[in-house]
Design a protein around this ligand. Structure first.
Ligand code: ATP
Ligand code: MG
Ligand code: MG
Length: 534
């Protein structure tokens, strides 16, 4: 099955990268160290890795650190950890700031060749001029004046702070991205790597093409919202006589009921609507991994998206359905029973004292290992199952055999309190309608394990928030659901991050012990079928 899938994945990439030569492709993933990576970044990172591998080339991880107002070293560390969680390791890690000297020299060259000018037009006026196609009053300043103003900018003087540097590209091109974009601006805050050496920083529009070219990038992967800026990217490279870079664009990833913007994710953390960046409700790499999304499923999903140009909001179901196909063949199977209102069952014909048998953890995959199952004449079943039993019905106790339901005791509220069954091991399990999970009543030598099952809802109530929607108006009031269960003792061996199936309940990832009570906590992994919520 996995072979069929990878063929399908390969087929969606039949075109590959234009002009790519085996062994010579260089791609790059350029995160800004201003937050944690989310699933959208994962798409960009995985596609870059995919092409680098496909052509036996090189992947550069480049921290795009040109804005000291937003960036911190700690985010570089967490981003590298996030990439590690995605199984992505660059061949090198670089920084845009490694090239500040060269970028500065190239900016001077742009001024000297009449391709850039300094401008102190007020921000709103500049926006107005760019919108209307009006030339700046400084557009035709002399090279000397421009050099002087750029020097003021570089010194960070009060006068310098009023200026920026603009590429002299066009006043009124129909593509507004070409209307003299800003290529350097001032910032007096210390930079996390270069300290106070610089008071001027290149913008993305300038730094990205230049550094791509200098670093030997052959194919720059960009989201297609930058398409209008592609001619500008090529212009910078031409203007400076640098080596050309090919652009391969792909669509930005969006999901329904999901915010993918670092700024908005910061808000949720700061307002306490989630417990942190690794909250399982979050679309961060940490959040989705903690919720049980495997790297394999993510990779398959991203590659299936491939070169699609459609910018749509995707359903989460499809990615979780892929994930289910990955985890189902390998997830060990355990049993858990809802603690509240569980029903005691006496089994006639059962063992006189508890017996332990070794069973496979996965009926179809012996490689998953073995577990101990306790057989006893006193077992527990779910209230919901007990309610469904008809008088004298023959049912199947999974991993044991058939039994007749002989009698039930019910309390005044209609809850079943106890049942008597009689084993009928000769019975044919193919003929019963109900196959139920059960657990031996705990004893001191055969305990059951208290387990909490957690499930989550979307953080927001609207499928697609519009620009002018206020997030606060669309916060889902309750997004965490807890259920107390008891599980078979084999779960004690699990390590945080292990994925299992509680049979007849679903897939879960072990999230560690609850800090107060020491209960094991498991997070439900959506399986792509709608209405997971209880
Ligand atoms: P955010 O808006 O969340 O802050 P960003 O685009 O500003 O994201 P960067 O750190 O600059 O964040 O992004 C690094 C790379 O990830 C860029 O190449 C960018 O195109 C890509 N990327 C960011 N968001 C998405 C997305 N939703 N889908 C696909 N690629 C994305
Ligand atoms: Mg960015
Ligand atoms: Mg952004």
């Amino acid at each position: 099955a996995s072979k069929a899938r990878s063929t399908k994945v390969a087929a969606s990439f039949a075109l590959g990268l234009e002009g790519a030569e085996m062994g010579k492709v260089v791609t790059r993933f350029p995160p800004e160290p201003s937050g944690y990576l989310h699933i959208g970044h994962a798409k960009a990172a995985m596609l870059n890795q995919y092409f680098a591998k496909m052509y036996e080339g090189k992947l550069i991880i480049r921290f795009d650190d040109t804005n000291p107002s937003k960036e911190k070293s700690e985010f570089e560390e967490t981003i590298l950890e996030d990439l590690e969680l995605l199984d992505i390791r660059g061949d090198v890690v670089t920084h845009t700031s490694d090239y500040f000297d060269q970028l500065y020299d190239l900016a001077i060259k742009m001024i000297e060749t009449g391709k850039a000018y300094a401008d102190n037009t007020e921000r709103e006026q500049m926006q107005h001029e760019r919108r209307e196609g009006i030339a700046s009053a400084h557009r035709d300043d002399s090279v000397e004046d421009n050099l002087k103003h750029f020097a003021e900018m570089k010194s960070g003087s009060e006068e310098g702070l009023k200026w920026c540097l603009r590429a002299k590209l066009s006043v009124d091109d129909p593509n507004k991205a070409l209307r003299d974009p800003v290529i350097y601006r001032c910032n007096v805050l210390p930079h996390h790597r270069t300290g106070d050496k610089w008071k001027i920083y290149p913008t993305y529009d300038f730094a990205c093409p230049v550094v791509d070219s200098i670093e030997g990038v052959t194919h720059a992967l960009r989201t297609n919202e930058y398409r209008d800026r592609n001619p500008q990217y090529w212009w910078m490279i031409d203007a400076l006589g640098l080596r050309k870079v090919k652009i391969w664009d792909f669509s930005r990833l969006n999901f329904i009921y999901t915010l993918l913007s670092k700024r908005k994710l910061h808000q949720f953390v700061n307002n306490g609507q989630v417990r942190g960046w690794d909250d399982p409700r979050f679309p961060t790499v940490r959040g989705i991994r903690r919720r049980g999304l495997t790297v394999e499923a993510l990779r398959q999903f991203m590659l299936l998206q491939g070169p699609s140009q459609a910018v749509v909001s995707l359903e989460w179901d499809s990615i979780w359905a892929l994930n289910k196909k990955v985890i189902d063949p390998v997830a060990p199977r355990h049993w858990a029973i809802v603690e509240d209102k569980k029903v005691s069952v006496t089994i006639k014909g059962g063992p006189a004292s508890p017996e332990v048998k070794t069973l496979p953890k996965h009926k179809k995959n012996p490689d998953v290992g073995e577990k101990n199952t306790v057989y006893s004449s006193n077992i527990l079943v779910e209230q919901e199952d007990a309610q469904s039993f008809e008088d004298q019905e023959e049912i199947t106790l999974m991993d044991w055999g058939n039994a007749f339901v002989r009698s039930k005791t019910t309390d005044s509220s209609g809850q079943i309190t106890s049942i008597e069954m009689q084993l009928h091991l000769e019975g044919d399990f193919k003929k019963t309608k109900k196959k139920i999970t059960w657990l031996a009543q705990p004893t001191s030598s055969h305990p059951l394990i208290p387990v909490t099952l957690l499930d989550y809802d979307y953080l927001i109530t609207k499928k697609k928030l519009e620009e002018d929607d206020n997030v606060e108006d669309f916060i889902t009031p309750v997004t965490e659901f807890r259920e107390s269960t008891v599980a078979d003792a084999n779960v004690k061996e699990l390590k945080k991050g292990d994925i299992i199936q509680f049979e007849r309940k679903g897939y879960f990832i072990y999230d560690g012990e609850d800090k107060n009570e020491g209960r094991m906590e498991f997070i439900r992994i959506p399986d792509g079928k709608a209405a997971n919520l209880a």
